[in-house]
Every structure is written in structure tokens, then in C-alpha cells.
Design a protein around this ligand. Sequence first.
Ligand code: SF4
Length: 327
Amino acid sequence: MLIYLESKAKSYPLTQQILSKFSNASVIEIDHYKNIFDKNIWNHKLANAIILAKQENISILPTPANYWYPGKAFFFKSVLNCIFDCEYCYLKWAFKTPFPSIFVNYQDIQNVISEKITSLRKSWYADTIYFYSSNYSDIQWLDEMINFNQSFIPFFEKFPNVLMESRTKSANMASLIREDWEGSIPQNTEISFSLNPQSIIDSFEHKTSSLDERINSINTLISKWFKVWIRFLPLLPVENYLQIYTDFISYIKEKVDFNKVNSIFIWSIIYTKSDYNNLLKRWNFAFEWKFQECSDWFMRIEDRITQDFKNLFTSSFPDKRILFDII
Ligand code: SF4
């Protein structure tokens, strides 16, 4: 294990906690995380490594229109990169190295989020404000190392009508279950599980938790206290997709009590044209799927397949409000 340690990140308590957890790791001090993170080293044989860094010029980016819940919504980042290896994931070409870069200055990130909430409330925005934490990494898998839950869940509890989502393909819920959250159930955090049939997990979602492991975690969290989202995504137009997803829905309905699931989303897959071309360079599966251009900028699966997915999920969950994204 190798730890690249940015000089500016050295003094933070989270840095010290991580270093003490990996006391046998080799530590290399660096001036700036981008000196490693922006090096094009995907094709090299690599040691396991992480980068500890301080996030500067922290930006809380608004989500695109129609991204999940309507209203004001933002992405924030505490980690860049993911140890899982989903073949369709844009991170694999968005970032030049596979090493997770962990930003240890949580307090600074929270200050920026807090300012955003305050300024919206001052402008009389009263609806729910959403924050998405996992668009740059699978944070739940890393949580034993990075203590994200212990810091950010209580932080978000301070704000009325604010919701933080942490999306995962991991079954690692240890830190969530261990905490007693000061005796009260967190109301402002939802853990959202991305689910797909096991055959698709095997083929495309390398290193992620199995479907049954994720289902076990869903049931554990529901039984404990937590708000759980289920996201059926990305729905992939593999051969015989309708039968595969029909069987999958029957299976999961047997295993999970959907009356206790907070919300359901479905989403297929969409790429910018440049991401799509990069995908084709790394993998060849996209050739087998039927993509179409939907504007000057985007590629998505054919309308007919999208409609099949919508019909299948709405008829399978007639009592649930199902939110669709830009598919
Ligand atoms: S788990 Fe999510 S972030 Fe990680 S590789 Fe898969 S799609 Fe990308």
C-alpha cells in the first residue's frame, strides 16, 4: 500500500486517522495531488495507492435539469475515483489514474455547503434542497477508512428540509449500523443502492458487491432505521433484456419489502459524444448496444428500449411513484 500525502493535507485529523490505520504503508509526500492524479498511468502496472489531499476552491455544482428529484440540487465531492470497475463508468476515462484521491478537509467542504443552503434560504427558497455525494466515487465502500458517514450525516441533520444522498454498489454498511447516531434516526440522509441483475453485475460491474449482498444490506438498513432509495440503474440493453429484467424484478420483490423503501428511480444510460467515443476505445461492448444520438452532445439507448424499461417498471411497481431520469 502506498499513500501519496499532499503537504497541505498533513495536519488534518482525518489524515492522521488514515495514516494510523495503515501504519505499514509507504508514504510519499507530494506538493499537489494533481501531480499524481493527473498523470496518465492507467496502462501501467500499479501498486495499490491512495492520495490524501486538501480540496481547494471547493465547488458545489448544480445538477443538470431533471436530475432525479425536481428542485435545487447539487453535487459535492469528498473523494475522486472509485475502486470498483464498472465497464460503463465515465470515471474510468474522466480521471487519468485509478487511485482514490481523498479530500481530508471535510470542515471546509461543509462550510461551503452550509453557505449554499443559507444563501438559498435567504432568497426564500423553501423546498427541499438535495445534495448528491457519490457521483465521483463509491463512498460507502470506503467509509471504514474515510469516516464520511460519521462526519457528514450529523452535519446534514442540522438543516431542515435538506437531503443528502449517498449512492452505492457496495454492501459495506458497517459504519452505518455501528453508530447509534445519538439515539435518533437520521432524517436527512438516504442511502441509495444501485441494483442490476446478477448476470449484469458479473459481466459489467467488476469488484462490486453481489446482488444478494446488496439486498441483505438494504434489508438490514430498513430494519434498523435508515431511509433507503433503490435505484435500478443503469438499465442495460443486453440481449434478451426484457426477460432478464422481468426475472430480476420478480426476484427482488420477493426479497425486499418495497413498502418500506423510500423511493424508486430508474435510469438507463447516456453519454456525451466524447465520453461515448472514449468508451469505445476502452471496451467494445457498446457496439453491440443500440445507441442513438439524442442531440448534438449526447448518445443514449434507443427510444423503443427506453419505453420498454419504463413500461416494465411502472407495471411491476404500480403502487410506487417511480422517478425517471433523462432516458
Ligand atoms: S461503482 Fe459507480 S463510481 Fe464506481 S466504477 Fe461503478 S459506476 Fe463508477
